[in-house]
Design a binder for this molecule. Structure first.
Ligand SMILES: [Zn+2]
Length: 334
């Protein structure tokens, strides 16, 4: 089989599989619910619209077929223009719970220092992360068990890589993400505002990016084993017509390590570096305004596509592309 024929066949197989994956149903993540999860937004539609142009934003193409197409984990990832109604969607909660849990951040204004909104943003970032892993694990398993892989033993990712991936993803889900989700659901349900600390920065303009992420705050010289249970930092960048909110929140029990990972946030330069690092290096789901993406050079675009999710960049904290400039900001803490 020639290279072209091989590639064409790969695309055909992956498209067919993608259609199948799109039809998989997942249970609602609410602990007391067994309805089917709907496709909902990880970042509110009303906020995404403030950075869109003609209803479109740029974001990573998450379809499993696109990820499996790559020949190497170090390849640049596909950041593509997509409709706001499709961007940052995930299958986490049923329609009823999605509405109930996130009503306070979906409708009405985001109010600086509003503890209940912090709890909703934190829960959504954790649920989003969980759903992404659940989806990827399900696809990996189906892919591994399908006969499609047999068509070429050379297809990357090879079988053993998928087996490793499945093992890693299962461990992450069971060891960390299930607990995170249970804790986030509980403190949200009980309105335990005092269980969470946050740093809330307000930038006096719409900076053209939006993100919702639950990231590891582990600092350079630590390993995951150092901290059990594993801490996480929720970060939401919420654009509105006039201002952009940057809200980092965490459980009080993870105070020390989360504050270390936010070091430098008190200075404009430090905050600028941190925001760019989170948006373009730590978070896989940043939505970018076309007015930002189309303005930067092709070298910068490539840099972002390489930095998003590439493990080698994760180690290099200062490698995040400085795409977004922060003119000024105000900071509040709880
Ligand atoms: Zn439900």
């Amino acid at each position: 089989m020639g290279i072209r024929e091989y590639e064409a066949r790969k695309v055909r197989i992956l498209s067919r599989m993608q259609k199948k994956y799109d039809q998989i149903e997942f249970d609602c993540l609410h602990p007391a619910c067994n309805r089917t999860a709907i496709r909902s937004h990880g970042q509110s539609r009303q906020h995404l619209l403030t950075i869109s142009e003609a209803g479109m934003v740029y974001a990573l193409d998450h379809r499993y077929s696109r990820v499996a197409m790559r020949d190497s984990a170090e390849d640049p990832l596909p950041i593509v223009k997509q409709a706001v109604r499709k961007a940052s969607t995930f299958r986490g909660f049923c329609g009823m719970h999605d509405h109930e849990l996130f009503l306070n951040i979906e409708e009405g204004p985001i109010v600086v220092g509003n503890g209940k909104q912090v709890l909703s943003l934190l829960l959504r970032s954790v649920a989003y992360e969980y759903s992404r892993q659940r989806y990827a694990l399900t696809c990996d398993r189906l892919f591994l068990n399908s006969r499609e892989l047999a068509f070429s033993p050379n297809w990357s990712p090879a079988v053993f890589e998928i087996e490793d991936l499945i093992e890693d993803r299962s461990a992450v889900l069971e060891l960390y993400l299930e607990r995170r989700l249970a804790v986030a659901c509980r403190i949200h349900e009980q309105g335990m505002v005092s269980a969470v600390n946050y740093v809330w920065c307000t930038i006096p303009e719409n900076i053209g990016v939006s993100c919702c992420a639950a990231i590891s705050p582990l600092v350079e010289d630590s390993s995951p084993d150092t901290f059990l249970p594993e801490p996480w930092l929720s970060v939401n960048i919420v654009p509105t017509p006039d201002v952009t909110h940057f809200i980092a929140s965490w459980l009080c029990e993870f105070d020390t390590v989360c504050r270390i990972s936010l070091q430098g946030i008190e200075s404009r330069k430090g905050f600028e570096r941190l925001l760019n690092r989170i948006a373009f290096l730590d978070c896989e789901d940043t939505c970018i305004s076309p007015r930002v993406w189309d303005r930067i050079s092709s070298e910068e675009r490539l840099e972002v596509q390489l930095a998003v999710r590439a493990p080698m960049y994760r180690e290099l904290f200062d490698r995040a592309p400085l795409v977004i400039k922060i003119p000024a900001y105000r900071i509040e803490e709880a």
